[in-house]
Design a protein around this ligand. Structure first.
Ligand SMILES: [Zn+2]
Length: 287
């Protein structure tokens, strides 16, 4: 296939072949091209998402390991690449995964029952908690979307947190709104929502889906110490969501309980979640 010139200001119709080069990072011979209009040189690799990467062979391995509870430093050790390369790959893989997820939402048959809740984690210290708002399709347990927001510390740490870090903003209402905005296109207009009794939820649901049904049920206690999400209830009406939260906790190392891998930057938590969501929906749910 003859590619178009990548120069946006150039309208020259057809470039000419201009030799090849050997790409050592994956042992492939790549076709070079030259544009007859603007004389720009480019190659078949110019148009690829992994353009200019030197460790492109490890991309899929990194995605699998990031979704399997392995830390970034351990991935670097196992694959023989630098830890900074792993961090860069996280950003690259997340962007691609997010785009595919967005396209996938369009093709999904309209969802009729959604369970949603917030999973609590932290950035750097327990004094700076974060909420991961998560929406899951009931039954199939497919993750439809997530959003991360800062919330103030609660309980015993609240006072200490305010003294040390000042008043922490509560961005959870905006995050829930933007989560609903993202998943709206894949939901049926008469969708049923299930959540716990958080006082914020009814308002958000009513504002976005006036025709939807919203069932609320009490949270319940965790079944094992430290397993906040898997409930001790005999029948858990929020099972799809709680099971998914437990899977996030088991497979994303920074969400483990009692981990020493903590989130340092909110943006990186978002990227990690995006990579995991794709792995969860495409691999873990379709063995
Ligand atoms: Zn050109």
């Amino acid at each position: 296939m003859v590619p178009r010139c990548p120069n946006p200001d150039c309208s020259s119709p057809q470039p000419r072949r201009h030799g090849t080069f050997y790409r050592a990072s994956d042992a492939k011979v790549i076709q070079r091209w030259v544009c007859l209009g603007c004389k720009r040189h480019f190659s078949a690799a110019t148009f690829q998402a992994a353009y200019l990467q030197n460790k492109r062979r490890t991309n899929s391995e990194v995605a699998k390991l990031l979704s399997s509870g392995v830390s970034q430093r351990r991935i670097a050790l196992l694959l023989g690449i630098h830890r900074i390369t792993v961090a860069r790959k996280l950003a690259y893989l997340a962007q691609a995964a997010e785009q595919r997820h967005d396209e996938w939402l369009e093709t999904l048959p309209k969802v009729t029952e959604v369970q949603f809740d917030d999973l609590i984690t932290l950035e750097h210290t327990k004094c700076k908690p974060l909420a991961v708002s998560l929406a899951v399709e009931a039954g199939t347990r497919r993750i439809l979307g997530f959003e991360v927001s800062s919330i103030p510390a609660s309980g015993l740490l609240a006072e200490f947190s305010r003294q040390k870090y000042g008043v922490r903003a509560n961005h959870r209402p905006q995050a829930l709104q933007s989560l609903f905005d993202k998943i709206r296109k894949s939901l049926d207009t008469k969708v049923t929502f299930r959540s716990d009794e958080d006082p914020l939820y009814p308002m958000i649901v009513r504002r976005n889906f006036p025709r939807a049904t919203h069932h609320r049920s009490p949270g319940g206690r965790g079944c094992v110490t430290g397993q906040g999400e898997l409930k001790k209830l005999r029948f858990d009406p929020l099972f799809s969501l709680n099971h998914t939260c437990a899977m996030l906790r088991a497979n994303i190392n920074r969400l483990f309980r009692r981990t020493w891998c903590t989130t340092k930057k909110v943006a990186c938590l978002k990227q990690h979640l995006a990579v995991y969501v794709e792995f969860h929906n495409t691999v873990l749910l379709n063995p």
